[in-house]
Design a protein around this ligand. Structure first.
Ligand code: TYD
Length: 140
């Protein structure tokens, strides 16, 4: 099972131009999975928190497409917080991480590239169940 050490900041390409910049992301090039879904969080009210769940299979790349926010990852043993604030920097999240996302700047947009389509069965939404899940997984 993945640990926090499998999660990392990914420097994405930045094609600069005086008319603006472009950041491309391709399957299995900048990220170690095939993108099956893209979603984005926006209109996030000040002080709001998102996340508070883990995924069993899903891999994701989170990007602050606009503004900034903090992502705290926990693998059941170790915890790490990442501050995302640049559209050319992504955070790769391996499966099995509890994630808390907050401290959104006003007008921020969180772009998420995901390895699977939406599947409610892939979520672990209760913290106690997550801890128990990690314990059984780690014993394997
Ligand atoms: P959730 O993943 O819990 O959001 P967050 O982690 O940002 O707080 O999703 C919130 C709601 O949106 C939940 O009812 C499921 C729904 N949803 C979809 O229907 N499809 C999707 O691709 C996603 C990400 C969420």
């Amino acid at each position: 099972m993945s640990t926090i050490f499998d999660c990392s900041i990914v420097h994405l390409p930045k094609i600069e131009n005086r008319a603006g910049n472009i950041t491309p992301v391709e399957n299995n090039k900048e990220i170690p999975f095939d993108i099956k879904r893209i979603y984005y969080l926006y209109d996030i009210p000040g002080g709001e928190k998102r996340g508070a769940h883990a995924h069993k299979k899903l891999q994701q790349l989170l990007i602050a497409a606009s503004g900034s926010f903090d992502v705290t990852l926990f693998d059941g043993t170790n915890k790490k917080t990442f501050h995302l604030s640049q559209p050319y920097i992504g955070l790769y999240i391996a499966p099995g991480m509890w994630r808390d996302i907050g401290n959104f700047s006003s007008g921020s947009i969180s772009l998420v590239l995901a390895s699977h389509k939406y599947d409610p069965k892939d979520y672990i939404r209760e913290y106690e169940k997550f801890l128990a899940y990690r314990k059984t997984i780690n014993k394997r």
